[in-house]
Design a protein around this ligand. Sequence first.
Ligand code: FES
Length: 266
Amino acid sequence: MASNAATLREDGLGQTQRRDLWWVQPVAMAAAFIVFILYATYRGLVNTHFVYGHGTTVLPESAYFLSPFYSPLVTLPRWVPSWVCPAIFVMWMPAGFRLTCYYARRAYYRALFADPPACAVAEACKNNYKGERGFWLFQNLHRYFMYLAVLLVFLHVYHVVEACRWPAEGGGFRFGMSIGTLVLAVDLLFLALYVFSCHSLRHLIGGRLDCFRGSSGESRYSVWKCCSALNEHHGKYFWLSLFTVGFADFYIWMVSSGQFQDFRLF
Ligand code: FES
């Protein structure tokens, strides 16, 4: 590990006395961020193959499956041009939540801006750290995006319930599951773990308190302890939920375009 910070500041980008493979993590993260951003942008703008099941023209004999990128599905007025995609009216919520996430900030400042690339590794712009001021104040919006993200979790619960309602032969619906249902359920699980381990949520539950008093204080303390336990793994949940939400969209894209068949389990 480098011990002389002054020397590092004078060296060029990536200079360090570290002997480990410190660059692997930022390079892998940069690749993951770029792939996801490109994929999500394409899928958010493509305006096709994001839904199938009853009530739609694709696989109407199936339960209803909606891509998480398009949730909640916005019905646009007729006068809106057909190339305008409903996803752009909803994707800003999860995008804003992830962009301003405390963990994600650390990850993309390092991976995408190399500022700095890693601990004890020299950055390109020396001595320019001024904190998150000026333009970067928008990061303070995270606590407000958090409220929207909690709503999104409940919306995803609704989508999983819909993915369990299969049209019955005599009319009505019956309980059923397919691989698609499991894909949406796993996406919901990791989204919930990511949102409920949020630093802002933890502060909302237990912040600005000297002690937890009374019976309501005890319940609040229990919830805060759960949130704190989840919070230890917040970074892992960030990546897992990023992968599962992308995979859930990809699965629905493939099934609704006829590339995959959604196998019904029961
Ligand atoms: Fe990461 Fe809130 S701190 S989601």
